[in-house]
Design a protein around this ligand. Structure first.
Ligand code: ZN
Ligand code: FE
Length: 253
């Protein structure tokens, strides 16, 4: 049975996610910007936290872990490569390892670039992507190259369009404003801009999105298209070079 996903707004623009296996009652929290809203959501839903999965070491993704562990006894999983700068891990994982939440099994994939040890967790129906693949955008390249992130995004290639993309921040509106500068004629992107503006006006989260929406509108998943190559000014349109040019342009936007 697929996981039930709950979005938990934290801090000013972060999201944690609860992933609940209805069969066993096991529940994972993916990233912990703040323990209090996570505990409140667990309480509200009557879910018992069994696991914490961490995408990367930045404070706004891990600073609530100690309090959440103290309150629930949940087991903490994170990348072995970053064990030295993550909170204490009960399980250190490497790319292609499997992680379980009750009866649901996910795969760990490395998507470096935002940080060198950034991992994503790919479950049936939901991908927890932290600050790698984000709603209509991608994370800033703090510790890696555009080539690394572009190559890492291959992890999403075979997944169905219906897969939820559970990313770490409410950055969608700003990401869309930039995306429109490199993909202005894309009708799906224009429609998404309107839908996201409406959602934000009502205070609704725009995360998670679906992989299908991202494929249709996220410029970083559209780098093979000639119109993106032209907008990025990359003759020949090598996808990795288009990715790098678009990410550079976003940094200056
Ligand atoms: Zn981050
Ligand atoms: Fe972050």
């Amino acid at each position: 049975m697929p996981l039930t996903v709950a979005t938990v707004p934290c801090l000013s623009d972060n999201y944690a996610f609860l992933a609940h296996d209805p069969e066993t009652g096991a529940t994972a929290c993916i990233d912990v910007p703040d323990a209090a809203p996570v505990l409140a959501e667990l309480d509200r839903r009557g879910w018992r936290l069994t696991d914490i999965l961490l995408t990367h070491h930045h404070a706004d993704h891990v600073q609530g872990v100690a309090v959440l562990v103290a309150a629930t006894g949940a087991a903490v999983t994170g990348a072995a490569a970053d064990a030295h700068r993550l909170p204490p891990l009960d399980r250190a994982v490497a790319p292609d390892d499997r992680v379980a939440v009750g009866t649901a099994t996910g795969r760990v994939a490395a998507v470096p670039g935002h940080t060198s040890g950034h991992v994503v967790y790919l479950f049936d129906g939901a991908a927890f992507t932290g600050d790698s693949l984000m709603a209509c955008g991608c994370g800033r390249l703090f510790e890696g190259t555009a080539d690394q992130m572009h190559a890492g995004f291959a992890a999403f290639d075979g997944l169905p369009d219906s897969t939820l993309i559970c990313s770490g921040h409410e950055y969608t509106a700003a990401n869309i404003r930039f995306a429109l500068t490199v993909d202005p004629a894309n009708p799906a992107l224009r429609a998404r801009a309107a839908a996201v503006d409406a959602a934000r006006a009502e205070g609704r989260p725009t995360v998670p999105s679906t992989l299908g929406e991202e494929r249709a509108t996220n410029p970083y998943l559209r780098v093979s298209l000639p119109e993106l190559a032209a907008a990025a000014g990359v003759p020949g349109g090598d996808p990795a070079a288009v990715f790098a040019a678009i990410r550079r342009a976003k940094d200056q936007f």
